[in-house]
Design a protein around this ligand. Structure first.
Ligand code: NAP
Length: 247
């Protein structure tokens, strides 16, 4: 018996990286998983892998920078599975430009994908979860949401802001819905690769008492903790999953 049997989970940014690994963990635990992202080829591959293991998944292609496409994610989930129990707002966009260099268009896009999409999807699923008297929302922040040291202006600002949104939603949506955030440190994914991969994260590895970079699945198992009754008395929390990097 899986720990998410009968649950329906939407995971944004599940075509790659830690969202994809979380989709595998949730599906193994019995959830019906809705994968979202822009890349249909990768979305299909994730769904096929899950289905080949005998579990259930489907995908919705949506660009989170387009507000109109957000409703589609929840609407298609309801059409296919009738409900939604877990929302994992995981998709993210990284920019390493400074405040002085970033264009307002890029700033807006990062805020939309990393922050506003999480708000809008939460607004859409909250009434469904409230009516069921149970639900769980998990946001992906970052250690860049605790210090300006780890990310450039827009990314860092969006990740600080998702912490505030997590706490605000937790206060507003209880007691039925629990809302928490995972703050990853350096995790081996396409995003890390885009800024130089493990070599670029050498400093993080050195600072970690565990002396390594994290794996996407370690975010998946943390998300599983937040999605199950193992975390039944936990809401509004920001959990760093960073190998113990102390800054
Ligand atoms: N890797 C790290 O070291 C690290 C550290 C701290 C925090 N994080 C955070 O962890 C989350 C997952 O990142 P990752 O490392 O797993 O990166 P990743 O492998 O690059 O995955 C990013 C995911 O976000 C989706 N995405 C990006 N822009 C999108 C858009 N406009 N519309 C819809 N989906 C979009 C991508 O899907 P498509 O390409 O299919 O659109 C992809 O599935 C992000 O929020 C990131 O900020 C990562």
């Amino acid at each position: 018996m899986g720990r998410l049997d009968g649950k329906v989970a939407i995971i944004t940014g599940a075509t790659s990286g830690m969202g994809r690994d979380t989709a595998y963990v949730f599906a193994e635990e019995g959830a019906k998983v809705v994968i979202t992202g822009r890349d249909e080829k990768r979305a299909k591959e994730v769904v096929e892998k899950i289905k080949n293991s005998g579990d259930e998944a489907s995908y919705v292609i949506a660009d989170l920078s387009d507000r109109q496409s957000l409703d589609k994610i929840v609407d298609e989930t309801l059409t296919r599975y009738g409900t939604v129990d877990i929302l994992f707002n995981n998709a993210g966009l990284l920019s390493i430009k400074s405040s002085m260099d970033i264009s307002i268009e890029e700033w807006d896009k990062i805020m939309q994908v990393n922050l506003t999409a999480a708000l809008l999807l939460s607004k859409k699923v909250a009434p469904i979860m409230k009516a069921k008297e149970k639900g769980c929302i998990i946001n992906t922040g970052s250690v860049a949401g605790t210090s300006a040291r780890w990310g450039a202006a827009a990314y860092c600002t969006s990740k600080h802001a998702i912490n505030g949104l997590t706490k605000a939603l937790a206060r507003e949506l209880g007691p039925e819905i629990r809302v928490n955030a995972i703050l990853p440190g350096a995790i081996i994914t396409a995003m890390l690769d885009s800024v130089g991969g493990e070599a670029a994260a050498e400093g993080m590895r050195e600072m970690s008492p565990l002396k390594r970079i994290g794996q996407g699945r370690e975010i998946g198992t943390t998300a599983l903790f937040f999605a199950t009754e193992d975390s039944s008395f936990i809401t509004g929390q920001l959990l760093r999953v960073d190998g113990g990097v102390d800054c």
